[in-house]
Design a protein around this ligand. Structure first.
Ligand SMILES: [Zn+2]
Length: 147
């Protein structure tokens, strides 16, 4: 990437929205993990206006980021990656597992515990499973060689 980071934004084709460079380390979309493309400020603005109706609300995006941070914390994301060897780039793996866990939370077999107020105690943010076997079965299905 040779583009000047102060003059460009990063665009995700899939999410149809732009990100600032500091919000997207490794040029990976913080929402879906896809590779981002640098675009100029005016282009980002124009595309952003056109895409606004399609973009997920910011609060939902942040909620998803918190879920991602909870399950990948303390190197857990990399550990899962090393064990599963999914054959896709890490960023994409992280996004797919985050999607899976969001579905798990929706369906009730995974639960994200978040303190009532922001806390320094990291252990008060955690992932719990009502059914850990379900998570393992879902992970295996998602990243089995057949897929
Ligand atoms: Zn994206």
């Amino acid at each position: 990437m040779t583009a000047n980071p102060t003059k460009t934004y990063l665009w995700c084709t899939k999410c149809r929205r732009s990100f600032r460079h500091e919000d997207a380390p490794n040029n990976a979309c913080p929402v879906c993990g896809d590779e981002l493309h640098a675009i100029g400020k005016w282009s980002a603005l124009a595309r952003g206006i056109m895409a606004q109706e399609l973009a997920p609300p910011e609060i939902k995006t942040k909620h998803r980021q918190i879920i991602r941070m909870i399950w990948t914390r303390n190197g857990m994301g990399e550990q899962y990656y090393r064990v599963l060897l999914p054959g896709i780039p890490y960023n994409r793996f992280e996004a797919q597992v985050t999607d899976l866990l969001c579905r798990g939370a929706d369906e009730g077999w995974a639960r994200f515990v978040i303190p009532a107020a922001p806390s320094d105690d990291e252990s008060s943010y955690r992932l719990e499973f009502d059914d850990e076997d379900r998570f393992i079965a879902e992970l295996t299905a998602l990243f089995s060689p057949a897929n």
